[in-house]
Design a protein around this ligand. Structure first.
Ligand code: SAM
Length: 756
């Protein structure tokens, strides 16, 4: 299967190769030792394609003539530079493995080692005769010791951020054998010269120390290798298992971490660190109750211990136990401390100014938050006619009830693929489009990588693939085609929340929210993102048996845009808005398109100086747009944005009361529709009242917008209104810092705030 990301086509095999490379190679961009590279290459073998292929025959050229001056060493290769004149003389030092390209390690005469990827060497045979000639890529393919000359090579940074030599044309690779090796007969290979001193077998302790060194440099994959080598020598070594458990925790491989911690505890039940790590792994695996029992047990034994050296683990255990209890309560009761979650979010999404005043991420990745999932017991997944599965209310559900909280299975932020500087400084439609495409590609790769690491997740992910017969596929086998489809049909784009003027965008896969079906206009569930956490609440009272629906694409985008997207994911939406849109006469559709074009042209120069003729033309167009839908004014959304602009134009012309009346009219017509633009309209009303110094009215409207902004997170105010409002204000200012100055104007001293 091929995936198109902008103008780049990537095959599922390439995605698999990237994932396998990342999985098996310590993701550090630094030159690695020969030993380390060999270790990593060995691990790729497991993922190698064992099928037989028609393989290009490597050439030996008896009359090869080369200008030896153009021989280049691996150390002199330049990233992203294609060398047409120079050639590389190298020698194969590992067997080749087929993962979309043929991968092996080569050394040059100076002893430098690098990865080599040979592309376009294999073919899938078409006919029987060719099939006979097929072979597997094994030890006999360009065996270890084969000397090669490679022309036209390029040097790249691969998906795992390590370097790799690429050759795309088999004709550029020439075997150096007895026919032509005279060319290099004077050359001495450094590795041949090395005195082969007897390498003493490493001890368990040496493996442990090397593992610790890798751990300290945050290369957890390499650390795991070293600990594993030590474990092979001495399978009862508790320290190695305990250390490896921590390395697995750092890589979020909780099942592996738990296994290791349990091995230690089997032999050494009082191993404190292993018990702590077991508690952590259980939290990661969402087995909160077991985590609490483990940690309580540990806490108890630490309490009675008189050993002074354990104070730090005592403290961490107390903290982790407290956290496990919080996670358990979140999971069981849906009780979330929103203030602390928002604080945690702001901390992790922190931006600071660099010396030139540019925004700079303190955290290059994330934010990813550590909170539990929640599923309201009053809803369930059922089969829905014509839609596959969906969610149904088991009983009547009040407005603003927390239905689901879900942590992303995997999330990719735009700044992680683009770099924050690029995202913030070249923010335009094109960047957004590039970012979205890159995020999708990266999301598929990361999910693939996660499933390769922990195949037990496959089932919950594959079950999202509507229409997939799970009996027919191997649930533990990672399949990039399936993952690609799951991402296409189920991924969510992050489309809200602004913290410190940072617009976090990205894409993710959330498991439970993926079961919600779509309605353009009759959605009864809203979603709200805080980093990788998605909160879903009922938008209005929902009756028993009613389907819970979210909106995949906003109703105020045109039918053309909406339906194009919905069709791409197999939805022929039958909501009242789509039915009306579909039933419209072509003449009406054409006229609307013309009018919307006119609006577009009219509002473009508006930011300069809106004159009265422009206002008149805008009013005329808005009137006509209304008129096109006069039978169904409740389903007319085209005039929302132009009306907001019209009000702005009146305000710029000094007619604030007219601006106010336009905005208030829009609000009263659309206040029950869940559209983000309505919040902007109410906020404009607040600002107009502030300008008019009518603070009481301003505060009244501010309360309306505050509720609309914060209720999706905090829920409705239940009893203590003052407390609710204080929390709401705090959250709103964190989420939308632009509110800060408005709040100050509205409640310009602390006393007023107290009375708010
Ligand atoms: C995110 S999934 C929702 C869960 C899905 N129904 C399932 O069983 O896995 C999106 C898919 O659900 C179906 N779907 C969602 N909303 C729909 C609607 N309004 N009408 C028809 N199919 C819908 C489409 O097949 C769509 O590709």
């Amino acid at each position: 299967m091929k995936f198109q990301f902008l103008d780049t086509v990537i095959s599922s095999v390439d995605i698999l190769q990237n994932s396998v490379l990342r999985l098996n190679t310590g993701n550090i961009s630094q030159k690695k030792s020969r030993e380390r590279l060999i270790e990593e290459h060995k691990k790729l073998d497991y993922f190698g394609d064992k099928n037989k292929y028609l393989v290009h025959t490597a050439r030996s050229q008896p009359n090869l003539s080369l200008n030896l001056q153009h021989r280049i060493s691996i150390a002199n290769l330049q990233i992203d530079h294609k060398s047409t004149e120079n050639f590389l003389l190298c020698r194969v030092i590992t067997k080749f493995i087929n993962i979309s390209a043929l991968l092996a390690l080569v050394e040059d005469p100076d002893g430098n080692v690098e990865r080599l990827a040979l592309y376009n060497w294999t073919n899938i045979p078409k006919n029987k005769v060719e099939q006979m000639a097929c072979r597997s890529i094994d030890q006999t393919f360009l065996p270890v010791g084969t000397k090669l000359v490679i022309k036209n090579l390029s040097y790249k940074v691969a998906a795992d951020k390590n370097t790799i030599i690429n050759s795309n044309n088999p004709d550029d690779v020439i075997i150096i054998d007895h026919h032509n090796d005279k060319l290099f007969s004077d050359l001495i290979w450094t590795s041949d010269l090395l005195v082969k001193k007897e390498i003493k077998g490493k001890t368990v302790d040496e493996f442990r120390c090397r593992g610790n060194d890798y751990f300290a440099s945050k290369n957890y994959t390499a650390a795991i290798d070293e600990y594993s080598n030590g474990i092979k020598l001495k399978p009862q070594n508790g320290t190695l298992f305990a250390n490896r458990a921590e390395a697995y925790l750092r890589l979020f491989q909780f099942r592996n971490a738990l296994n290791d911690a349990e091995v230690v505890l089997k032999y050494e039940p009082s191993h404190l660190k292993a018990a702590y790590r077991k508690g952590k792994a259980l939290c990661g695996l969402k087995r909160y109750k077991e985590a609490i029992i483990t940690l309580q047990h540990l806490h108890q034994s630490l309490k009675v211990s008189t050993d002074g050296s354990i104070s730090s683990i005592k403290q961490s255990t107390e903290q982790l136990l407290k956290h496990a209890k919080i996670l358990d309560s979140e999971n069981k009761n849906g009780q979330y401390d929103y203030i602390s979650i928002i604080n945690e979010y702001c901390e992790r999404a922190k931006i600071r100014k660099d010396s030139k005043g540019n925004d700079e991420w303190v955290h290059e990745v994330g934010p990813r938050l550590d909170h539990a999932d929640f599923l309201c017991k009053d809803i369930e997944i059922c089969s829905i006619k014509g839609k596959g599965r969906g969610l149904i209310a088991k009983c009547d559900i009040p407005e603003n009830t927390l239905l689901v909280v879900s942590k992303a299975f995997s999330i990719v932020y735009s700044h992680e693929v683009l770099g924050y500087a690029m995202k913030s400084h070249i923010q335009n439609d094109q960047t957004t489009c590039v970012a979205s495409s890159l995020c999708t590609g990266e999301l598929i790769t990361q999910i693939t990588q996660k499933l390769l690491e922990e195949p037990y997740h496959c089932q919950e992910v594959y079950e999202l693939y509507n229409g997939l017969n799970l009996n027919k596929i191997n649930k533990n086998l990672v399949n990039v085609d399936i993952i690609g489809n799951i991402v296409k049909y189920n991924s969510f784009a992050l489309d809200n929340v602004i913290v410190e003027s940072v617009n976090l965008s990205g894409k993710g896969l959330w498991i439970l929210p993926s079961y919600f079906n779509h309605s353009c206009i009759d959605g009864n569930v809203t979603r709200f993102f805080l980093g990788d956490l998605m909160f879903m609440r009922s938008l209005r009272p929902i009756l028993k048996g009613e389907e819970l629906l979210i909106c995949y694409r906003s109703a105020d985008s045109s039918y053309e845009i909406r339906s194009r997207y919905l069709k791409s994911i197999g939805i022929d939406c039958q909501c009242r808005l789509c039915k009306l849109d579909k039933s419209e006469a072509p003449k009406t559709v054409h006229r609307r398109t013309q009018l919307l074009d006119t609006v577009e042209k009219l509002i473009k120069p508006l930011s300069n100086d809106p004159d009265s003729s422009l206002i008149k033309r805008l009013e005329k167009t808005i009137f006509e747009l209304h008129d096109l839908r006069k039978e169904h004014p409740e389903l007319e959304f085209d005039t929302l944005a132009p009306s907001k602009i019209l009000a702005l134009a009146y305000r710029e012309n000094g007619n604030q009361s007219k601006a106010l009346s336009i905005l208030k009219e829009v609000y009263s017509s659309y206040k029950n529709v869940h559209l983000e633009i309505i919040n902007g309209i109410i906020f404009d009303i607040v600002l107009l009242y502030i300008n008019l110094k009518q603070m009481e009215e301003a505060r009244k409207w501010f309360d309306i917008v505050l509720k609309r902004l914060v209720e999706p997170i905090l829920g409705k105010c239940m009893d203590d209104e003052d407390k609710w409002k204080k929390e709401a204000l705090y959250l709103a200012e964190k989420i939308i810092p632009a509110l800060n100055s408005t709040v100050k104007q509205l409640y310009n001293d602390n006393d007023n705030m107290e009375n708010a």
